[in-house]
Design a protein around this ligand. Structure first.
Ligand SMILES: NC(=O)c1ccc[n+]([C@@H]2O[C@H](COP(=O)([O-])OP(=O)(O)OC[C@H]3O[C@@H](n4cnc5c(N)ncnc54)[C@H](OP(=O)(O)O)[C@@H]3O)[C@@H](O)[C@H]2O)c1
Length: 314
């Protein structure tokens, strides 16, 4: 019998690795399309010999996309960036590429397309990130109307760049600088997001729908930081930066390949990142949202004074 094939763009990333693992468990041959095969190769141990296939794609031109999705039953797009390295990156990576993947998938007769966007995507947003995510959604819908679009809030899990990043800062800094402390998020567990991706295989009603993925409760940025400090057992003053200073700092670090804060993120931080309420979510995809209290302490323990051993002894 022919093997079922799934293709994951962005499969080497934080969410992608969990998606690849789940698809391998469901017996798919999983093609992981990546700019460098090395990180995709590391995923090969998630499946049987030959089950995870790293596809190196120097340039994601239309011919490469067509070759990548050929014969696939499911295509998942998880490619995304937080900051532009070159002007126009958001437009290219979030705005145009999803439509090109969707067109290639439609032409190849792919059955399920899952596009991972972001909560807050909006054509009318002041933020380039949010506008480019909205353009991408529109392009996907136009090319592949039956696609399922998932919009996660901030995602937490062992290798997240949210709690880990701030816990790392708290380990070395005497104060924790913060911008937008009142902005509310509804963090969602990476495993739940990966379950949502795979759920479309069993739920025909997911075709053509957009889901907002969030955890069980919303919390302000400040209270999430207070919770993180409590978990790692470090007392730090949280210092809310005035907007002017934050803009100045963002300008200073904008040259960095992985800047701690960009001006576009400052714009995003002005708006709550919680579900609008009228869209379906994790429960409609059969997943009960995991509380962060169940997971976050398991991976932040390394930031405690004395490291993991202190936590285990406690
Ligand atoms: N993590 C969150 O909190 C969160 C929240 C909301 C939405 N999302 C969205 O969910 C998706 C996955 O997020 P993630 O956290 O898993 O991201 P991630 O860990 O940063 O991984 C992103 C993936 O995108 C690929 N990529 C990055 N830049 C690229 C480029 N210029 N051209 C081609 N591929 C590129 C990378 O693949 P290679 O390096 O292997 O090529 C990587 O596997 C993204 O669309 C993101 O916007 C994430």
């Amino acid at each position: 019998m022919a093997r079922r094939v799934a293709v994951v763009f962005g499969g080497t990333g934080f969410i992608g690795r969990h998606v690849v693992q789940r698809l391998a468990k469901r017996d798919f041959v999983v093609r992981v399309v990546s700019r460098g095969t090395e990180s995709a190769r590391l995923l090969m141990t998630q499946g049987m010999v030959g089950q995870i296939v790293p596809l190196g794609a120097g340039k994601l031109d239309d011919a490469t996309l067509a070759r990548s999705v050929e014969g696939a039953e499911l295509v998942v797009n998880l490619i995304g960036i937080l900051a532009e390295r070159r002007s126009g990156d958001f437009a290219r990576i979030h705005g145009e590429l999803p439509g090109r993947i969707a067109r290639a998938s439609a032409a190849a007769g792919v059955r399920h397309l899952v596009h991972v966007s972001a909560l807050g995507a909006g054509a009318g947003s002041e933020s380039l990130y949010a506008r480019s995510k909205a353009q991408g959604e529109e392009a996907v819908r136009a090319a592949f109307p039956a696609a399922t679009i998932l919009r996660p809030s901030i995602v937490f899990g062992p290798e997240d760049s949210f709690f880990n990043r701030f816990a790392g800062m708290a380990r070395v800094l005497p104060v924790l600088p913060l911008v937008g402390g009142g902005t509310r998020f509804q963090p969602v567990y990476v495993g739940d997001v990966a379950d949502a991706v795979v759920a479309v295989l069993d739920r025909p009603e997911a075709a053509g729908r957009t889901y907002e993925l969030a955890g069980p409760r919303a919390a302000s940025f400040r209270s999430l930081m207070e919770y993180m400090l409590e978990v790692i057992g470090r007392r730090r003053r949280i210092l809310e930066l005035p907007e002017g200073l934050a803009r100045f700092q963002a300008g200073l670090t904008s040259w960095m390949p992985n800047p701690p804060l960009t001006r576009d993120q400052l714009i995003l931080l002005k708006t709550d990142n919680v579900p609008a309420g009228d869209a379906p979510g994790l429960r409609e995809l059969g997943t009960e949202p995991t509380p962060m209290e169940l997971v976050v302490p398991t991976y932040l323990s390394r930031f405690r004074v004395g490291g993991r051993r202190t936590m285990a002894a406690a």
